[in-house]
Design a protein around this ligand. Structure first.
Ligand SMILES: Cc1ncc(COP(=O)(O)O)c(C=O)c1O
Length: 236
């Protein structure tokens, strides 16, 4: 938090928060979020809070910075249907913000993508208003996959992985493999048939990490881990 405070200047216009986070699965708890609010203080800074994984949380509860009274009018919450309701291909999301800001976003959206198809919007309303049991079921399933994946990947030579608290990604450290992230991601794809993202796809700080998605069946995760393990035993 000290680092964040030191980076906020009079030129700062907007701070982006993303919790639970892609790619690390890291989660900011209430204390963290309150510390960000404190660091911002009464400066005229907007917050873009990407909360698309807020219901994919394995421990604790989600706390939005918009829940802090002084922050509410300065926060734009972004959310969508592709994670909570597995509606990735439907291309629909939403924002929660002050009405005067919404006017500008509406103009931008109308002129950039015209409109989200009306039947897609109706499906979104059904998703939000309908039974939520599937969300809980998927959450429990992702937690099982996370635990399985973490246990297995931490036994693979050169890989070490923290257990994420939210979202559906695993972000192991691969520095001990002696490989850089991008060549390792390419080798795993070409030689082991396992698709992962290089941490550097998210910026220079991602060097030394790979991102695995666990949005796949347990059976396929097992197959992928078997292949990565076999590849590591052969090549490291
Ligand atoms: C943090 C975060 N925000 C937003 C999105 C956008 O999702 P979509 O374009 O499917 O609505 C993603 C997708 O991966 C994401 O990881």
């Amino acid at each position: 938090m000290k680092e964040l405070s030191s980076l906020i200047t009079d030129k700062t216009k907007l701070i982006i928060l993303n919790s639970p986070q892609n790619p690390t699965g890291g989660v900011m708890d209430r204390k963290d979020v309150e510390a960000v609010a404190k660091a911002i203080g009464d400066r005229d800074i907007m917050i873009l809070s990407d909360e698309i994984y807020s219901r994919l949380l394995f421990e604790g509860s989600h706390f939005s910075i918009a829940a802090i009274e002084e922050m509410r009018d300065r926060t734009i919450i972004l959310d969508g249907f592709s994670k909570t309701y597995a509606m990735t291909g439907w291309r629909m999301g939403y924002g929660v913000m002050r009405p005067d800001l919404a006017q500008h976003i509406s103009r931008l959206m109308t002129n950039s993508n015209s409109c989200t198809a009306s039947f897609t919007q109706i499906a979104g309303v059904e998703a939000l208003r309908g039974p939520q049991a599937s969300v809980e079921q998927m959450n429990a399933e992702f937690k099982k996959r996370r635990d399985y994946f973490a246990e297995r990947i931490n036994k693979i030579k050169g890989f070490s992985c923290k257990v994420p608290h939210g979202a559906f990604y695993m972000f192991p450290n691969i520095q001990k493999t002696g490989w850089k992230s991008k060549p390792l991601a390419d080798a795993l794809l070409d030689q082991a048939g396992v698709a992962v993202l290089s941490g550097t796809a998210f910026g220079a700080f991602g060097e030394g990490y790979l991102r695995f998605s666990i949005a796949n069946s347990m059976e396929n995760l097992k197959k992928a881990l078997d292949r990565v393990e076999e590849w590591a035993n052969k090549n490291l």
